[in-house]
Design a protein around this ligand. Structure first.
Ligand code: AMP
Length: 411
């Protein structure tokens, strides 16, 4: 399937070819025709699958067609609600690129930044608005934003939006829009509360599911290191010196952990930046820009702060802490190996995290190869047992465990 088979207009196809997208990703292939057909869509797909273009391209096309029919005038006709400022900014950047050859205008508004410049932009008129919920409601209350012309409402990263406590805001925003509109809901995971929200807001939605386990884990080379907790920093430094090169994203579970590791790496002369929820918007944006522009090649982040952020050409992800929620592992490693590229994930597991590894392996239905050749090994007796009810791939793993010559072992 080619982009032209998706019946997109020339100005949009031109912008896509400039981005050097050759073929649509699966989420784009399934979702674009549904959106063009004006259907409500509930899609489970995470960042890295090309989901921004999956909604941005058909939205632009629908608006562009109307503009050509002379029904233009700068009124907000597409609204994208996003949980975090970073994500909102990123979505707007994408809209700007894809709309380059149309005269459609998009703008982004978010909290934690001065409101006046945002008001100025809105006063000039935009066709597409990307917003975080709080700032959107604030500007609506001040009568700066009018939602009565909305034709398409996108709820992006719905699971994160609900986790962050935005449920009431989201419902309020939906009610402020006209009742006749298209709603598109994207979520990395589909917990009950997201399904419930979709059931109450969407009309006869089409469902699209892009499996995170198959779509992201295949293109990522995964390696597991067992090591005692106190030696994780040493192991991380050893890997950075000898094994891991390029642009690296390191995940830590807590904000405190992020700060601590950043200090250790800075002390060892690495070029590092970090993002977490306690940092101000400008600090977070600066860290991201430094990383994107190559001023630093290591970014340390918590899961929430980094969620959805699109960082190109990420060579490696380090799970400094093993996540206790298995889906988080899939999200984290999905940050590398994106849109067809190859990437590697390095997971550092201490004795107390072994049960998390077992759950992750069950979820991805695969054993993560273990690298034993490193200077900070964990006592072998402390390693986790093989999961007894494993499927065929697990049995294969057990066989190779017996082979003493093998450098990499399967658990
Ligand atoms: P997203 O999931 O929207 O964050 O997109 C992840 C990355 O994939 C972004 O850097 C996009 O520019 C890129 N991308 C999106 N669609 C395609 C495509 N069809 N071919 C190649 N790259 C793409």
């Amino acid at each position: 399937m080619q982009f032209k088979d998706l019946k997109l207009n020339k100005p949009i196809l031109k912008a896509i070819s400039e981005k050097k997208y050759e073929i649509p990703t699966p989420i784009q292939e399934y979702t674009i025709p549904l959106i063009l057909d004006k259907k409500d869509v509930i899609a489970s797909a995470q960042t890295g699958t090309g989901k921004t273009a999956a909604f941005a391209l058909p939205i632009l096309q629908l608006l562009y067609d109307k503009q050509n029919e002379g029904k233009s005038g700068k009124k907000i006709r597409a609204l994208i609600v996003s949980p975090t400022r970073e994500l909102a900014i990123q979505i707007n950047e994408n809209f700007n690129r894809y709309s380059k050859y149309t005269n459609l205008k998009s703008a982004v508004i978010f909290g934690g930044a001065s409101i006046d410049p945002q008001k100025e932009i809105l006063k000039k008129g935009v066709d597409i608005l990307i917003a975080t919920p709080g700032r959107l409601l604030d500007l609506h209350k001040q009568d700066i934003i009018h939602l009565s012309f909305i034709e398409t409402l996108v709820l992006d990263e719905a699971d994160l939006m609900l986790d962050m406590g935005f449920i009431d805001d989201v419902r309020k925003i939906e009610r402020l829009c006209p009742s006749q509109k298209q709603i598109l809901l994207f979520s990395a995971t589909m917990p009950h509360k997201v399904v419930n929200l979709a059931n109450t807001l969407l009309t006869d939605p089409e469902r699209v599911e892009i499996s995170p386990t198959s779509s992201t884990t295949k293109s990522v080379n995964q390696i597991l290191y067992y090591t005692p907790k106190p030696q994780k920093v040493e192991l991380c430094l050893h890997l950075l010196r000898n094994t891991i090169k390029g642009n690296i994203l390191i995940f830590r579970r807590t904000k405190h952990g992020v700060d601590k590791l950043e200090k250790s790496l800075l002390k060892n002369d690495y070029k590092v930046a970090s993002i977490h929820g306690d940092k101000s918007q400008s600090e977070r944006q600066e860290a991201l820009n430094d990383f994107k522009k190559g001023k630093v090649n290591i970014l340390i982040a918590t899961d929430v702060a980094s969620r959805g952020i699109d960082i190109k050409e990420l060579d490696a992800v380090i799970n400094f802490d093993i996540p206790n929620i298995s889906e988080t592992y899939v999200h984290r490693i999905g940050r590398t190996g994106r849109a067809g590229n190859k990437g590697t994930s390095y997971s550092l597991c201490s004795a107390d995290e072994k049960s998390y590894v077992i759950s992750i392996q069950k979820l991805i239905n695969k054993f993560i190869p273990v690298e034993e050749e490193h200077p900070y090994p964990l006592d072998p007796l402390a390693k986790p047992e093989v999961h007894k009810k494993a499927g065929s791939k697990h049995k294969k793993g057990r066989k190779s465990e017996g082979s003493k010559k093998k450098k990499k072992r399967w658990y």
